[in-house]
Design a protein around this ligand. Structure first.
Ligand SMILES: Cc1cc2nc3c(=O)[nH]c(=O)nc-3n(C[C@H](O)[C@H](O)[C@H](O)COP(=O)(O)OP(=O)(O)OC[C@H]3O[C@@H](n4cnc5c(N)ncnc54)[C@H](O)[C@@H]3O)c2cc1C
Length: 107
């Protein structure tokens, strides 16, 4: 079997997660290793409903679209709480920071 290609998504917001959902719906799981970097330490949530959370009409736990277990169930490597601070597309390398520690990933 051919080695899987890699997809690296920077940003685990509504657009980034929707993109990943679309790749999965097209069967991309078999073709790609998917890695997502998200600065926020959560799964993907519906940002539009944040006003409801602030207004008290929605509970924070009810606005998640893809909670953390969803990533594992779909073989997606999620780096939650990790900010990408630099990327070099030509060398297929990015640097990310979590707290005070930095690490470099290649794809
Ligand atoms: C209260 C509220 C109400 C809204 N109401 C509406 C509405 O009624 N209709 C409408 O159309 N839109 C609405 N919006 C706007 C809508 O939520 C945004 O347009 C949408 O969330 C944008 O999606 P996005 O994925 O591009 O960005 P975001 O949802 O902002 O997600 C970006 C994600 O990427 C992460 N990120 C960014 N840079 C990095 C990095 N370098 N490394 C790692 N992670 C990174 C961020 O932490 C964030 O989690 C509303 C927004 C808010 C806050």
């Amino acid at each position: 079997m051919a080695e899987k290609q890699k997809i690296v998504v920077v940003g685990n917001g509504m657009a980034g997660a929707r993109f990943v959902e679309e790749v999965l719906s097209l069967g991309g799981q078999d073709q790609y290793d998917i890695t997502v970097f998200g600065e926020e330490p959560y799964g993907n949530y519906n940002r539009i409903l944040l006003s409801g959370v602030l207004a008290g009409t929605h509970d924070a736990k009810d606005i998640f679209i893809n909670p953390l277990p969803w990533y594992e169930e779909n073989d997606i490597t999620l780096h939650a709480g990790v900010r990408v601070i630099a990327s070099t597309e030509s060398r297929r390398r990015l640097t990310a920071r979590a707290g005070f520690s930095c690490h470099t990933t290649s794809w």
